[in-house]
Structure formats: C-alpha cells, structure tokens
Design a protein. Structure first.
Lengths: 116, 112
C-alpha cells in the first residue's frame, strides 16, 4: 500500500519570503512523485514531478521540489512567495513498480497562505 | 483544445435518486480516473480505466459504477444516491506512457 503525508494543514508565509510545503511518502516499490495546485472552485493543476534522475526538479510558476530517498520526502519550495501562490497544494505518489490499483495516492492537502 | 471536460458542474440529488457523471477527454489518453474530494481527506480514487472497455476498482468503489464504452468518455454512475456521496468529483486522464494526469474542473454533487 502507498500513502502520502502532508503534516501541515496550513502554511503562512509573508510575500517575498521563501516557502516550503512538506510531503513524505511511503511506497513498497519505486515512486513517481507529483505536486498539484488547486485554486478555489477549480480542478487540479500539475506543478512538477519526480521520476528518476536529478533529485531537484523544477516546475511551473517558479516552484521546485527536492526528492530525498533516505527521508522519503518530496518537499515543495519556492525562493520568493507571491500572493497569487495562495492555494491548496497536494502531494501525490504512484508506485511504478507495478501491482495494486493504478492511479495516484494523494495527501490531504496543505493550504498555503501568502500574506502581503 | 478542451482537455478534460466534466458534465454537469453542479447537481443536487435526493437520497435514492440515480445519476450519471460524464467525463470526456480529447487528448487520446488511454488511462482515465474518477476521484472524489472531501474536506481534509485529499482525493481518493473511486474507479479507473486503462483502456476502452476495461474498468477497475480504486480505493472507494462502493456505491458507484463506471463504464468506458468509448476511449474518450468515462462515465460514473450512482444507482441510489446517499448523503455520504456528497462530494466534489474529479475526472482525470493520462497517456499510457506519460506520467502526470490532467484533471477536469470537477462536479459538485450534493445529496439531500
């Protein structure tokens, strides 16, 4: 079975400061890892993914994430937060080793609030 | 390019009524999914399909049925709606060799 934990329900950051949204995961095999963002009353938008290779992946809107295999983490980061970054962020995992249901397993989501 | 389109966007049902949610994608994707989103619980997989004519159960399939008669469409049915099925439903699709999924805008369903 696979699972994702987002330990913070809400993260508050001042505009211009760096931000981090935390994510840890558990899979029996090898992970594909994803971050999605959801704005109010909208669907999920893909931000970035880790498949293999470089542990630091860059995505849309200046976001990046670092894959840490030993800590089973995939934290989302941005050097300088914008008010428009305020949204609900989801971390998700899929085990590409096979077995079990297809589809993503999501964390519960983290509300990111950027204060002017 | 419309991407993933869900119909309807909003619906209110009475307990015991039935309905079908339609998901249509124009990206020629092989894989399609139905998720439900509930506050504080993230998204949970209901059913999915790896190709036309095939479906499989996800994490929370009870009370739902699905069909994939055409590659571009994935239908989610509720035969006898219950208040516990009040949720926001999202459809998603992806290619067979790709990785990230593309999501529709969601259907907000209320069962009273």
């Amino acid at each position: 079975a696979q699972s994702v934990a987002q330990p913070e329900d809400q993260v508050n950051v001042a505009e211009g400061n760096p931000l981090t949204v935390k994510c840890t995961y558990s899979v029996s095999g090898n992970p594909y890892l994803f971050w999605y963002v959801q704005y109010p009353n909208r669907g999920l938008q893909f931000l970035l993914k880790y498949i293999t290779g470089d542990n630091l992946v860059k995505g849309s809107y200046g976001f990046e994430a670092e894959f840490n295999k030993s800590q089973t983490s995939f934290h989302l980061k941005k050097p300088s937060a914008l008010v428009s970054d305020s949204a609900l962020y989801f971390c998700a995992v899929r085990d590409w080793s096979g077995g079990g249901a297809d589809g993503l397993t999501f964390g519960k989501g983290t509300h990111l609030i950027i204060q002017p | 390019n419309a991407g993933v389109t869900q119909t309807p966007k909003f619906r209110v049902l009475k307990t015991g009524q039935s309905m079908t949610l339609l998901c249509a994608q124009d990206m020629n994707h092989e894989y399609m999914y139905w998720y439900r989103q509930d506050p504080g619980m993230g998204l949970r997989l209901i059913h999915y399909s790896v190709g036309e004519g095939t479906t499989a159960k996800g994490e929370v399939p009870d009370g739902y049925n699905v069909s994939r008669l055409k590659k571009q469409n994935f239908l989610l049915g509720l035969e006898s709606a219950a208040p516990s099925q009040t949720s926001v439903y999202f459809c998603a699709s992806r290619t067979a060799v790709g990785t990230e999924a593309f999501f529709g805008q969601g259907t907000r369903l209320t069962v009273v």
